[in-house]
Design a protein around this ligand. Structure first.
Ligand SMILES: Cc1cc2nc3c(=O)[nH]c(=O)nc-3n(C[C@H](O)[C@H](O)[C@H](O)COP(=O)(O)OP(=O)(O)OC[C@H]3O[C@@H](n4cnc5c(N)ncnc54)[C@H](O)[C@@H]3O)c2cc1C
Length: 502
């Protein structure tokens, strides 16, 4: 123990990012820290982050949260993947399901055997070899070990949840562990006259909240990172052109689908996210191609239940903050940038930023080396996710002006290389800590209609008849496994049904 005063961490903002950060810091920085969070009920939150990816389970585990209690508290359902409808062309549909596709043989990834089997005419579409997709399309859910055969792989899953309830749930966790919540609107950011670091935040009430390290979770406003430090923003609208959204809840479905739906429209796309108490819907669109009224009409014509409110408008610019960590301010959440909700990565980016910050957590003096490393890792992560999202837009065969403009965009070199490698020789490489796995890329590349022209020569070593039998057996095994799973609604009812919403 030392007699030094505690290091004060001030979190500006209490949306999903603010409370996820507060809860994790409270859990891991137990001694020697004072954690304070300022939020303004008057301003409110974005509150539409409803679909997640399986990595969220690691966050829950790290905090020691019980999964079923979390599901009940947030009206959550299970998510086995995302279905993309109309992205390649109208009426076409494919899924980016979590988990593996097929099974690798020795050194060679499955897609090479699939490519050869396709050439021989003995392959089924890729979805026949994904346990998650077979289960998702059959409306099934299962957790834990395999049911029918030891060789069946685990089925990764994520959640759809109510983001506002999630923030409230984490707030309770954080406050129990000593996080101090301060209600109020930040009016001014006080900086050190010599080194330019932030020293305190002044609230409209006149209260001053001093700190050593500041986490900017103030959403698109970027109250500290941008309004005060003028860090700068790199726009990616030339690659990810949607800049507006409308969100609307609709009546609950008795049998919620265990997957997110992303349905392409004339100048954007629509999400459908089933929760226990309602369905979350929204449309993301490009304002230079579609008016707000056109977007609202497309959204309201495509709901699977009665709307429960008027569509709520949101505006954004896809891109990233030039430095996520600037001076003694770390931007986490929408203040650090926003891609778009297509692959449900925003909440994950909050989670990975928290984990990165904890790994590179500064002592009393912040060194450039740790800050630069944090920013380097942040840049790498978001650029690779950006590439993955661009692929969905670029590789389309639709005829509307919006989609045609997407077809003709110049791709980032990193993405162009990935596509070229897959198209020519069927190979997919995942660099360092890149978020999306080879099978994620495989499903979207193939789903968007990009297919390999050749395959790895080692895939030719298996006899044709054995290859056909192998492909058939995999499909049968997965179908049999999914057939024994419980229905999604029955699974929720048995394990984690939420109380009726107020
Ligand atoms: C259309 C859309 C759909 C999305 N869908 C998904 C999805 O499916 N999955 C996913 O992972 N993510 C999704 N996201 C992203 C997700 O909503 C956000 O990443 C997540 O909610 C984090 O937001 P945030 O906490 O950074 O910001 P916000 O929710 O905006 O919170 C900002 C906080 O800062 C406070 N604040 C701001 N200014 C001040 C001030 N001056 N004084 C005091 N307090 C202040 C506000 O009161 C609020 O508490 C979506 C985003 C959009 C726009």
């Amino acid at each position: 123990m030392t007699d030094q005063p505690p290091t004060t961490i001030v979190i500006a903002g209490g949306g999903t990012a603010g409370w996820m950060t507060a809860a994790a810091l409270a859990r891991f920085l137990e001694n020697g820290f004072r954690i304070r969070l300022i939020e303004s009920e008057e301003i409110g939150t974005v509150g539409v982050g409803e679909a997640t990816i399986p990595q969220l389970r690691l966050y829950l585990e790290a905090l020691g949260l019980d999964e079923d209690a979390f599901i009940r508290a947030t009206q959550a359902t299970f998510k086995l993947g995302i279905e993309f409808t109309g992205w390649r062309e109208p009426e076409h549909s494919y899924m980016h399901a979590f988990g593996g596709v097929g099974r690798d043989v020795g050194l060679i990834p499955f897609q090479h055997y699939w490519a050869r089997a396709r050439a021989l005419g003995v392959a089924r579409p890729l979805d026949a070899y994904s346990l998650n997709e077979i289960a998702a399309r059959a409306g099934k859910m299962h957790r834990g070990g395999p049911i029918t055969a030891k060789s069946i792989p685990p089925m990764p899953y994520a959640f759809h949840f109510d983001a506002s309830l999630f923030a409230a749930y984490l707030r309770k966790f954080a406050e129990l562990r000593g996080v101090e919540r301060i209600e109020g609107r930040i009016a001014d950011v006080v900086r050190d006259g010599e080194n330019g670091d932030v020293t305190a935040l002044t609230l409209v009430s006149g209260e001053t909240v001093a700190g050593d390290l500041f986490i900017d979770c103030s959403g698109f406003r970027g109250v500290l990172i941008e309004q005060a430090l003028e860090t700068g923003y790199e726009s990616w609208t030339h690659w990810l052109p949607c800049d507006r959204a409308l969100a609307v809840p609709s009546a609950r479905q008795a049998d919620p689908l265990p997957y997110t739906r992303a349905i392409a429209h004339g100048a954007g796309w629509q999400w459908r996210i089933p929760l226990q108490h309602r369905t979350g819907n929204g449309i993301v669109y490009c304002s230079s191609m579609w008016s707000d009224d056109e977007a609202a009409a497309a959204l309201l014509a495509n709901l699977d239940g009665e709307p429960q409110a008027d569509p709520r408008p949101l505006r954004f610019t896809t891109g990233r903050r030039r430095k996520a960590w600037n001076r003694n301010v770390v931007a986490i959440g929408l203040s650090s940038g926003f891609l778009e909700p297509l692959e449900s990565t925003s909440i994950h980016l909050v989670q990975s930023a928290i984990s990165r910050l904890l790994k590179l957590f500064p002592a009393r003096i912040i060194h450039n080396a740790e800050r630069d490393e944090y920013n380097r890792q942040t840049d790498f992560e978001i650029e690779r996710i950006r590439d993955f999202l661009i692929l969905h837009y670029w590789a389309n065969r639709r005829s509307e002006p919006f989609w045609q403009a997407c077809q003709s965009m110049t791709l980032p070199e990193t993405l162009a290389h990935k596509i070229d490698l897959f198209r020519t020789v069927g190979a997919i490489t995942r660099e360092h800590e890149e978020l999306f796995t080879e099978v994620g890329w495989l499903q979207v590349l193939a789903g968007q209609g990009i297919l390999p022209e050749s395959h790895h020569p080692l895939a030719d070593q298996i006899a044709e008849r054995d290859l056909a039998e192998y492909m058939e057996t995999l499909e049968l095994l997965y179908r049999r496994e999914a057939g024994r799973m419980q229905g999604h609604a029955a699974f929720i009812a048995a394990h984690c049904a939420a109380p009726p919403a107020n």
